[in-house]
Design a protein. Sequence first.
Length: 106
Amino acid sequence: MRRSLRRPLAYAFSLLSLTVHAQAPALNQPPVWSAMPDIVAFERMVNDRLAAAQSAIDHLLAVNEPRSIENTVSPYDEAIRQLHAAFYHCRLVQQVHPDASYRGTI
């Protein structure tokens, strides 16, 4: 009976490790407002996110071998993650920043 459980348990643990890895938070993303950047610094943060999204899209389009999760879905997910982060930070600042001139610039 022990031998019959090894393979399903190994399969379950491998799926669990993939799921945990996929849900791990991004290491390069600080808390939403860890510092109070000025407008220029905030634009730089958002432009860095947009550049990272473009890089992921370029990586996705440059694939010459057969499509897989690693070379298709992962770059797509990264592009979407970067675009969402840029958009959500802009919307947050636009709606709640205490300085009206800052809100109007975004």
